[in-house]
Design a binder for this molecule. Structure first.
Ligand SMILES: [Fe+2]
Length: 373
């Protein structure tokens, strides 16, 4: 319907003013589930993260992961995944504001059944071999340091076909998608998918710039990368080459969609940093929380003035807009999952290089949680 010029859709002039005192006025708003914007805190000049800088050491977590294999049956009480989530003490739910990290564990010969969901996930392998994750029929082999994508709404199941247990880091955007009230989930009707082949997606991108032109039924149909597996051998070569080119105490690359050049998963930026024992890295602060997973090497990070010591298998968190710098005691490779991709897509991303190294004002101390939200 088109409004006629000069005719108001609502007649505000004829509305009677509520003749109430200010306190009663505020109560009347409350009673109608309304609130004056002036009662809210003013918007901060820069992000104030609820996410806390935090650290989970392999020494304290790995024995519990092994125990989980004994006390939690994948066919029974666990449900579909034996995953132990990293719960940030500053948050009701999440490792960061947008992402959950978890260690997922499969014992020899175990499988985790196929399902799909709108939250997107990545898997970064920490230990074990002889396993694959099948993504829309493509069985992606998983070895330590490999990255495997399970983009939104792709069928995925996990298989350990070896005689040793396996563990990998999950990073999934559940907190983001749940905040948007857009979580959908579906079990596969046959329990496990049919395997159409192994490492199919890699054969389509055998070298940079070469692109298979045939249609592919396994494609997710989203902006996620059609390349589903990024082997560690290639990451290792890349980091060597970057260090040769740039030098310095660290080099970083991002795992990207080889067709569009965009992030590997639209909501999760995936990176790997190699820190060399050549002094501290330049401190930065970035919008969006980051989850770090140490593959190899030892060192320390200063996060918002607090010192964190880390080694292989450790996981730690850098909150949004909190300064971070690293220093390796021995050469270290660390996977980083962050919400930068989401912020960039929304034109909200910012980062800033700091001009001075941070002063260390304290050591990391673990906190106990009173609830298991
Ligand atoms: Fe899943």
């Amino acid at each position: 319907m088109t409004l006629e010029i000069g005719k108001e859709p609502l007649d505000l002039e004829s509305v009677d003013t509520a003749e109430v005192a200010f306190d009663e006025f505020c109560g009347a708003l409350d009673a109608r589930n309304m609130k004056g914007l002036w009662t809210r805190p003013e918007l901060p000049h820069e992000p104030i993260a609820r996410t806390l800088p935090y650290h989970w050491s392999w020494e304290t977590v790995a024995p519990l992961v092994k125990r989980a294999g004994r006390v939690l049956d994948l066919d029974g009480d666990v449900g579909q995944r034996r995953a132990l989530q990293f719960c940030n003490p500053g948050l009701q739910a999440g490792t960061t504001e947008a992402l959950f990290g978890a260690f997922q564990y499969l014992e020899a010969g175990e499988t985790a059944p196929a399902h799909r969901h709108t939250p997107a996930a990545i898997r970064f392998v920490l230990a074990g071999s002889s396993m694959f994750t099948t993504v829309n029929g493509d069985a992606c082999e998983m070895r330590p340091g490999d990255l495997v994508l399970t983009p939104a709404w792709t069928w995925h199941d996990h298989t350990n076909y070896g005689d040793q247990s396996v563990i990998w880091l999950d990073v999934i955007d559940v907190p983001l998608v749940a905040t948007l009230e857009s979580v959908f989930f579906e079990d596969h009707p046959r329990g496990m998918q049919e395997v159409l082949g192994h490492n199919i997606s890699e054969r389509r991108f055998a070298a940079p710039g070469l692109h298979d032109t045939a249609p592919h039924p396994g494609d997710s149909g989203t902006a996620a990368s059609p390349l589903l597996r990024y082997p560690y051998e290639q990451a290792d070569r890349m980091l060597d080459a970057l260090h040769e080119t740039h030098g310095g105490p660290s080099v970083t690359f991002e795992y990207r969609n080889p067709v569009t050049g965009g992030p590997a998963v639209p909501t999760v930026t995936c990176e790997m940093i190699r820190v060399h024992p050549e002094g501290p890295t330049t401190p930065w602060r970035r919008a969006g929380g980051q989850i770090y997973s140490v593959l190899r090497g030892r060192g320390r990070s200063i996060i918002g003035g607090t010192e964190f010591h880390w080694g292989p298998g450790d996981v730690f968190v850098v909150p949004s807009w909190v300064a971070v710098e690293h220093e390796a005691a021995e050469e270290a490779d660390i996977f980083i999952g962050s919400s930068r991709a989401t912020l960039e897509a929304l034109h909200l991303y910012r980062e800033e290089q700091l001009t001075a190294q941070q002063e260390v004002v304290g050591q990391f101390q673990p906190l106990s949680r009173n609830t298991d939200a």
